[in-house]
Write a protein that binds this ligand. Structure first.
Ligand code: SF4
Ligand code: SF4
Length: 296
């Protein structure tokens, strides 16, 4: 029938109006559920994604609660524990910024030598496109995205060009704005530090052991050192003879027993002779076996 759709639409609007009116009569209207009351009519409203009915936020008194990953203009982190800027003025953020709206001037010491600290840091908020590339690429977690979006001013210059003072926030501010990201970063930082500490300790222990061995060697009398090294050489020669004998025994194959040659203290010549004798004996043994098998 002509006009049915129109009437249906008006009916939906009327239903929402009545529901909202009834809801507004309640002690705590639905839209204020889970909201944060800041006093003097100011509220932060946590608007659910599945909210039904009419919902008008009375901005600027009422504001919507922003999700953690909301991003607007970058901010620089001041490490309150170390009492210093996290930024080292490496310039990576300025290089990766697509609209090139970051300027950095590196600080210098009394002799004019550059140091890892920014003397000046500017971001042109009118150009920044909130892409967050700068924060993704910063190797020191020194730049993060701020949630502050109320930046309206009458003149673009110089108000929208933020300097270091305006950009810098304490670490706690970032932790409150990005709680889960901050927690993950701190966890990773703790792990890295523990790993580095363990590596440093292992290195220090190895260096200590080396130094102690050197000191002991230097402290031993010269004659004793000589005797020790002569004994060492003799021991090594004996080990070589034993290893060769074992190899010869391995060559003999399964089922063949090979008596280990007497370890000659005269070194390699004796070992070689013994091995040759053993090999000869094995060859004769095999020849005898072959003859026996052939029925000769
Ligand atoms: S904010 Fe990060 S990337 Fe940018 S200059 Fe500082 S340390 Fe380097
Ligand atoms: S958010 Fe993007 S555009 Fe803005 S300063 Fe960082 S890299 Fe540049």
């Amino acid at each position: 029938m002509f006009g049915t759709g129109l009437l249906k639409g008006l009916g939906v609007t009327l239903k929402h109006t009545l529901e909202t009116f009834a809801d507004d009569r309640g002690k705590v209207p639905d839209r204020y559920r889970d909201s944060i009351d800041l006093g003097h009519g100011r509220r932060i409203i946590n608007q659910p994604i599945d909210q039904e009915g009419l919902l008008t936020i009375q901005y600027p008194e009422e504001k919507r609660q922003l999700p953690e990953r909301f991003r607007y203009i970058p901010m620089l982190i001041w490490d309150t524990e170390k009492n210093e800027d996290r930024c080292t003025a490496c310039g990576i953020c300025a290089k990766v910024c697509p609209p090139m709206c970051i300027w950095i001037v590196r600080d210098a010491d009394a002799n004019g030598k550059p140091i890892t600290r920014p003397a000046e840091f500017y971001i042109d908020a009118a150009v920044c496109m909130s892409c967050s590339f700068c924060t993704e690429f910063c190797p020191f977690d020194a730049i993060k995205m701020n949630h502050d979006y109320e930046l309206a001013v009458f003149d673009r210059y110089p108000q929208l060009v933020y300097d270091m003072e305006e950009l810098t926030v304490p670490l706690e501010y970032y932790a409150a704005l990005w709680p889960s990201q901050y927690a993950a970063e701190e966890e990773q930082r703790r792990k890295d530090e523990a790993e580095k500490k363990a590596q440093d300790e292992a290195k220090a222990r190895a260096a200590e052991a080396k130094a102690a061995a050197k000191a002991a060697e230097a402290a031993a009398p010269a004659g004793e050192r000589k005797a020790t090294s002569a004994e060492e050489l003799k021991r090594k020669a004996q080990e070589r003879v034993a290893a060769k004998a074992a190899a010869a025994a391995g060559d003999a194959g399964p089922g063949e027993s090979v008596s280990a040659p007497a370890a000659s203290e005269d070194g390699e010549a004796d070992a070689k002779k013994a091995r040759m004798e053993e090999l000869k004996r094995i060859a004769q043994e095999r020849a005898r076996q072959r003859k026996a098998e052939a029925g000769e």
